[in-house]
Design a protein around this ligand. Structure first.
Ligand code: ADP
Length: 159
């Protein structure tokens, strides 16, 4: 049986920190579904289709990874897909409270679901999509933080 997991988030846009988590998860799972949240409360810079396209482009050579947008509760989506493992990335301790709350709530909503936390590489511990967007707005160098395709897309959006 193939081991599958879902890695969900806004990915607005995908960064090298997200990619690091996916690469770590590939050691543990045969298939990873990257699920991009459609209707998060946050106002996104990139549309859902743009975010799906960016993530798909980054992983285009890896058949173990699929990319989809989703709406609604993550646990419902996971259940529909028959996937009961969620992956989340942890950066600093500050991520922990929120992640702990989410993991326990998701388990309460759907007891079969478990969340696996993977620790990011130190060099990405301070990296977030929102910081990347801020830095890009000020035209500073983001080449070490995101793949080229994302850098180009940010330049296209922000100028
Ligand atoms: P959110 O779900 O809060 O919108 P994101 O879409 O940015 O967050 O991230 C999805 C997942 O990726 C979360 O588990 C988040 O902790 C993780 N993540 C984000 N940036 C990094 C990073 N630099 N290193 C490791 N994990 C990260």
């Amino acid at each position: 049986m193939s081991r599958k997991a879902i890695y969900a988030g806004s990915f607005d846009p995908i960064t090298n920190g997200h990619i690091d988590i996916v690469n770590r998860a590939l050691h543990l799972f045969d298939e990873i579904k990257i699920a991009i949240i459609h209707n998060a409360n946050k106002i996104a810079l990139f549309s859902i289709d743009e975010r799906i396209l960016l993530v798909s482009t980054v992983f285009k050579d890896n058949p173990k990874i699929s990319v989809e947008g989703f709406d609604g509760l993550l646990v419902d989506y996971a259940y529909q897909k028959n996937i009961y493992t969620l992956i989340r990335g942890l950066r600093a301790v500050s991520d922990f409270d929120y992640e702990f709350q989410m993991a326990l709530m998701n388990r309460r909503l759907q007891p079969k679901i478990d969340t696996i936390f993977l620790m990011t590489d130190q060099q990405y511990a301070y990296l977030s999509s929102s910081l990347v967007k801020q830095i890009a707005r000020h035209k500073a160098d983001i080449s070490a933080l995101v793949p080229d395709v994302v850098q180009d897309a940010l330049t296209g959006k922000i100028g």
